[in-house]
Design a protein around this ligand. Structure first.
Ligand code: G6P
Ligand code: MN
Length: 448
């Protein structure tokens, strides 16, 4: 097996140590020659990198080289794979994305509704610059992108780089949900084969099989409606917010029993309640700042101080393992099946060809080969079309610098609906995102 040169963009991310542990756990599946971290925030990255250095020396002695840098040429030259997880504006801006819509009783969430639009308009520019840089220094590298809001980022990157065949957008949520299905069935998550359709953070499992072809769908549905549903992946299992989110799956299956929903559908199906449950002073961003971020930084500090990992507990999570398995399947042409984002082109028969959909695909060295889904029923098609139009309008707003398109996007979103509310939220978001968003222009009176 050829050993890979891997670059992690966003080396200072709170997910990076988990990714490193996953790379160690998966070293037989995806053997590495070098790991390089790249981040624009050198200080934040250094702390994580110093801990990573200790971890790798203990647990990955075969690795030829680990390094970290803020210099893009140094980071990206020689890359075979680039894993991208960046957050323009950081958790501080995530908190604003969540708080501002709540002022108007609209859902305040990282990737859903107005918060998703705000984050999207911040992410697109940085992602375009980054992909340009990667292509300059590593024209043949595979780019695997986790950057949110993934649906909007995927649509924007498809428009900007229509011929880039080695750029793949993925999300770990379907896989994290499958970890819980695997728990119900007493199996390993990678033994399961999903059937699924939708958009990122907006999709449904229509079936869960194992590699022998046995159908476990009804068993899972029954277990969820009878015993409930809990997160089981290490990263989220003990998190009260994720426990609440997984509990909502039971309710969604009871309300709409056709399929097994992605957890993010709670924001679109129960928006009023999701708003009522929120405390604007303690939205998810605040919880992550005080929770995961604190925890990861304390962990990194301790590893560096001790010079060993002996005194800490390090866990492997699906976030890392999923991306690594997808990468391995492309590197070695394994043909494994994973849920990823692709341009529709007939995969879901009654959705537009140019939609970026999330579906299972066979992962090969020529990229993802999606399986035909066929026609989807009216309820799901209707929901998806509304969301898809919103996503496309956000990307239009970015490329056309259009205030009207952004207003249309928010008005169309199920979590907003009222045009005057959409306008108020948009104006507040523009104000909060001055440093990050493109200028959005209103059409002049003459042009109307
Ligand atoms: C899942 C989603 C990601 C999202 C993350 C947020 O992993 O797939 O897209 O960023 O959850 O989790 P957090 O714990 O930060 O709220
Ligand atoms: Mn996601």
């Amino acid at each position: 097996m050829k050993k890979q040169n891997l670059v992690v963009v966003g080396g200072g991310s709170t997910y990076t140590i988990g990714m490193i542990m996953s790379l160690i756990a998966e070293k037989d599946q995806f053997p590495l020659k070098t790991i390089t971290f790249y981040d624009t925030d050198g200080e934040r990255q250094e702390q994580i990198a110093k801990a990573t250095d200790v971890i790798l020396r203990e647990k990955y002695p075969e690795l030829e080289k680990f390094s970290y840098t803020t210099d893009k040429e140094e980071a990206l030259s020689n890359a075979d794979f680039v894993f991208v997880q960046i957050r323009t504006g950081g958790l501080q801006m995530r908190e604003k994305d969540e708080q501002i819509p709540l002022r108007y009783d609209a859902v305040g969430q990282e990737t859903c509704g107005p918060g998703g639009m705000a984050y999207g308009l911040r992410s697109i520019g940085d992602m375009i610059d980054l992909v340009e840089d990667i292509r300059h220094y590593a024209p043949d590298a595979w780019i695997l992108n986790y950057t949110n809001p993934a649906a909007i980022v995927a649509e924007a990157l498809k428009r900007e780089f229509p011929n880039d065949k080695k750029l793949l957008n993925i999300c770990d949520m379907p896989a994290a949900i499958m970890v819980s299905y695997a728990g119900i069935l007493g199996k390993d998550v990678f033994e399961l084969v999903p059937e699924y359709f939708g958009l990122n953070h907006f999709g449904w499992f229509t079936g869960i099989y194992d590699k022998d072809g046995n159908d476990h769908t009804q068993t899972i549905k029954r277990a969820i409606t009878e015993d409930g549903f809990i997160p089981e992946d290490a990263e989220i299992a003990n998190d009260p917010s994720w426990i609440k989110t997984f509990k909502q799956v039971e309710r969604m299956v009871n309300d709409f029993p056709d399929y097994l929903p992605n957890t993010y559908l709670q924001y679109y199906l129960y928006p009023t309640e999701m708003v009522q449950k929120e405390d604007p002073d303690n939205t998810r961003a605040r919880q992550v700042i005080n929770g995961r971020q604190e925890r990861v930084h304390a962990l990194a500090d301790q590893i560096v101080k001790d010079g060993t990992t002996e005194n800490v507990e390090l866990e492997v999570d699906i976030h890392g393992r999923y991306m690594i398995r997808v990468a391995a399947s492309m590197a070695y042409n394994n043909g494994d099946i994973f849920i990823v984002m692709v341009e529709n082109n007939g995969t879901i028969a009654n959705l537009p060809d140019d939609a970026m959909v999330e579906v299972p695909a066979m992962m090969t060295n020529r990229g993802p080969k999606p399986f035909a889904v066929g026609h989807i029923p009216t309820f799901y098609k209707g929901l998806i079309e509304g969301q898809l139009a919103y996503e496309k309008l956000v990307v239009d707003a970015y490329f056309e610098n259009s205030y009207e398109k952004a207003l249309q996007a928010l008005t169309l979103n199920r979590t907003v609906v009222d045009a005057p509310v959409a306008r108020q939220i948009l104006d507040d978001l523009i104000d909060a995102n001055k440093e990050y968003w493109p200028d959005l222009h209103k059409r002049s009176k003459e042009a109307v």
